[in-house]
Design a protein around this ligand. Structure first.
Ligand code: CA
Length: 251
């Protein structure tokens, strides 16, 4: 049995599973059991919520996808993901056990399916197997050789996830840490929103690249002495963002 947590200290992130399921009991049961198995779990009840979670809770490593959802069906959602270049493994949860429905699930780009009702142990085994096949560990966040980062009045330890700004503790989400790390690995280079979504969020051809902007606003609030006059996380109109560890000399 493989542990979803990596054994090396190089990547301490838990694999994240997005559970798209509108039956509350089933969703809660899946969450509990996945968490007991060591995964981080985020829930969505509709196709719309699932789309939002893919961005907000990113990076998502695996999706458990119900077929019948209040605002759409899992097949269409899965196909849209694949058409958009999004290759997160998908396991369809389907009450439809007819062969043609299984084929439809796989044709829509799902990696696997589980007919309901299912044995929990079997589902968890399929989750592990799908993550293994996707090379989850290697597909995780960027190289973590960067253990610590100091810039301006900021200090970040990527291993312990401790961060301070002007000596005061700052609590960063995993995605915020991944974003700062990617900036720190590319100092002084203008990074487009598309590149950031692809490399940090693991989303290719994301429909809404503006979600990056909200994260930049947060990083500035945490780490810029004057968030309205940033010197570290700089905007480049029409191009993207640039990280300047020593501050913007123009400022
Ligand atoms: Ca359903």
């Amino acid at each position: 049995m493989s542990d979803p947590r990596p054994s090396s200290g190089a990547d301490s992130r838990l694999a994240t599973v997005l559970v798209v399921e509108d039956e509350a009991h089933l969703a809660a049961g899946l969450r509990l059991n996945l968490e007991l198995d060591g995964y981080r779990v985020v829930n969505a009840r509709t196709v719309r919520e699932a789309g939002a979670q893919l961005v907000q809770a990113a990076p998502i490593d695996l999706i458990l996808l119900d077929v019948n959802l209040p605002d759409g069906d899992g097949y269409t959602f899965c196909k849209q993901l694949r058409d958009a270049g999004h290759y997160t493994p998908v396991i369809m949860l389907t009450a439809r056990s007819a062969a043609e429905e299984r084929v439809r699930g796989l044709d829509s780009g799902a990696d696997d399916y589980m007919p309901k009702p299912f044995e929990l142990a079997e589902l968890l085994a399929r989750v592990r197997s799908a993550l293994r096949r996707s090379g989850w560990r290697s597909g995780g966040p960027p190289d973590t050789a960067l253990g610590e980062l100091r810039f301006g009045q900021a200090y970040i330890n990527f291993d312990t996830q401790d961060a301070t700004a002007s000596g005061k503790p700052v609590r960063l989400t995993q995605l915020e840490l991944d974003l700062v790390r990617y900036f720190a690995q590319n100092p002084g280079r203008v990074l487009s929103r598309e590149e950031l979504l692809e490399r940090v969020w693991k989303l290719r051809n994301a429909p809404n690249t503006r979600s990056v902007d909200n994260f930049i606003v947060r990083l500035r609030k945490y780490f810029e002495p004057l968030p309205d006059k940033p010197v570290h996380f700089l905007s480049h109109r029409g191009a993207g963002y640039r990280f300047m560890p020593d501050g913007d000399r123009r400022a």
